[in-house]
Structure formats: structure tokens, C-alpha cells
Design a protein around this ligand. Sequence first.
Ligand SMILES: *Cc1c(COP(=O)(O)O)cnc(C)c1O
Length: 382
Amino acid sequence: MVDLQGQYQQIKETVDNSIQEVLNSSSYINGPLVKEFQEDLEKYLNVKHVIPCANGTDALQIAMMALGLEQGDEIITADFTFAATVEVIALLKLTPVLVDVDAKTFNIDIEALKKAITPKTKAIVPVHLFGQVANMDAILEIAKEHNLFVIEDNAQAIGADYTFKNGTKQKAGTIGNVGTTSFFPSKNLGCYGDGGAIFTNDDALAHTIRGIVNHGMYERYYHDVVGVNSRLDSIQAGVLKAKLPFLNAYCDARRNAARFYNNAFANNPNIITPTAKSNNTKNCSAICDTCDCHVFHQYTLQITNGKRDELHKHLLANGIPNAIYYPVALHSQKAYADAKYKEEDFPVTNNLIKTVISLPMHTELDKEQLDFITQTIIRFLK
Ligand SMILES: *Cc1c(COP(=O)(O)O)cnc(C)c1O
């Protein structure tokens, strides 16, 4: 699905030098490279505060801890996403409220979101799934009307630009009250271990978060709040500092591969290719060069003739990696099932879990590989 070795070989010297710098300094925790990477990322994202932490799941948990949410508060998020999002809501004894997603973008459905709001709702967690930013114009409007926090789970869309209705652009993850990301190796900006970060433009919130990641300390050995231990280690920060300058090129490489796939599958009656929507009013039919709203963490097809599972096996048999993200809706998972959920409220997710298949997507895909993958699929679905 990804070619981390191929990518490493391209940037080996830069990454190796960065890691060597940490080894030479022996500053393994909170070394200078952590601060340097933090500042580089703040500049790249044009956000006031980046707070590095240990992984993307911690980032979500810490963001929610920092907002002063209380037991029983309802947090709305998408039914079709990785479980980390709902897991931390449940861990903090908040009440997850899962809602259906949009059939085209796979992101939280705005009408379903509106319907789910109650007097107990305190926050919305849009997940920019597969690398595409959710409809933030609508989400911010709803949040403002109901006085809700917006926590962007940006683990899959770092580097994506969101274009607002009025034409202004902002980086994914910096739009809500707080945003989170993961630097898991296979993410669009991945390190060589675990890593994560929290983004905010709110000075007071950033201060609160910096204490929470460090055992609730704002002054050494004075614990003002209950915190956690969540750090990005210096070696991982070194890897990320070396890789960040390549992130835009990585996004372009992913979009190029997506464009190749889209062209190859165009007009195939059994395949729905992913939609890149620059915002809720403009619907791009193709992935245009000016459209940077989608960074294709995953390239995900819908197979409409019922042969998704057969295709999955056929590709594996032909040496083509592929994956089903996600095979089970969160509202159907043992850990998160709840009598309040009605199947008829999740028509899109319930369909997607049966039709989606994600193809190899990374920065090193070449024409020969893309030809082989697309031809194998087209021949099989004939
Ligand atoms: C990867 C991912 C996470 C969790 O990140 P980790 O670093 O693995 O903890 C959270 N949310 C989404 C949507 C993800 O894809």
C-alpha cells in the first residue's frame, strides 16, 4: 500500500544526518530538533501553535481534555472512520454520537450532523477522511449557531488546503478550535515510529495543552491539572524536520497517482472513483491542478457490481496490495454499539463498508505500477 523504503532511499542523506544529529547530542527527549520541527510546522501550516505529542490518538485525547468537556457531554463524529476518534471520546467518559457520512466525499454528512444536535452536544469532530477536508464552511456555521467546539481529526489530511466559499484558503487542521494529526509511518507525513501533534490558534488553549502533555505541569513539579505523558521523541522530530520540506511534493505525487487512477477508471460502469470537492458549492469532476483540497491519504474506489470482495482477493493473488478501509461501521462495533443507533440512519456507511476498496497510494508509484494495477482491475471487472 505504501513504499516507505523507496521514499527513504530518495531522502536518505537528509534523514540520516538529522538522526545522527540527535545521536551526537544524546538529547533524546525534548532535544532542540523537537522545537525546530514544531516551529517549521507552525510556519508551514500558518498556525500559531503546534504542540507535538506521542501519537495521533493521544493528540485527540489531549485536545478533548483541554476543552474542559464533562461526563455526559455529547460529541458528534462520523460513523465511517478509524476507531481512534470515537475511542478517546468513550475513554474520557464523554458520549459519542455517530452520524452518517456523505456518499461522495466519505466525510461527515451535514444534514445528519444537524439532526444529531441536542442541548447536550458540546463538540463536533470532523475527520478529514482519506485526505479530503470535510465541509468546514457548514461545520463552522453549525458550531457557531449551537456554540460547539470543532476538533479536526486531521490524521489523514496534513498539507491539504481548504478553500472557503469566499475563496480564502486555510490548511486542514488549523480551521477549528483545535486540530490533531498523526505521524504514523504510513501517514502522509510519517516518521519512523510513533508521533503526533495538536494545532491551535488559541493562545490560552495552547497553554493548557502544553501542560496536559507534560503531566499537568506548568511549573516543574507543580501539577495543576491531571495530565498525561505524551512526547514526540527527538529522533522522530529529526525525521519529520527532514521530511517536512518534501510534504508539498508528496501531496503532488499522490494527486498525480490519483489522477492516473481516475482517468483509467473513467466511465467504467462498475466503479465509482473518488470525488475531490474543493468546497460545498464547486464539485470538481476531475482532480484539477488548482484543487488542493484532497491529498489522497487513501485512493478509495466504490465497486458497485457486488464484486468488491472478489476483486480484493484477485488483486492480492496478483501481488497487488489493497485494503478495505473500513469493513465495519463504528456504530456496529461491539465496543461502540448503542441502542440509540438505528440502521436506517446510516444508509451511506452501511453501503460503503460493502463497496469500498483502497488501492496502493504513495509517493513512489510509477507509470508501470499504475498501469499494472489499473489494467488488472479493469480486466477483472469486465
Ligand atoms: C491514524 C489515525 C489516527 C490515530 O493516529 P495514531 O498515531 O495511530 O494514534 C486517528 N484518526 C485517524 C482518522 C487516523 O487515520
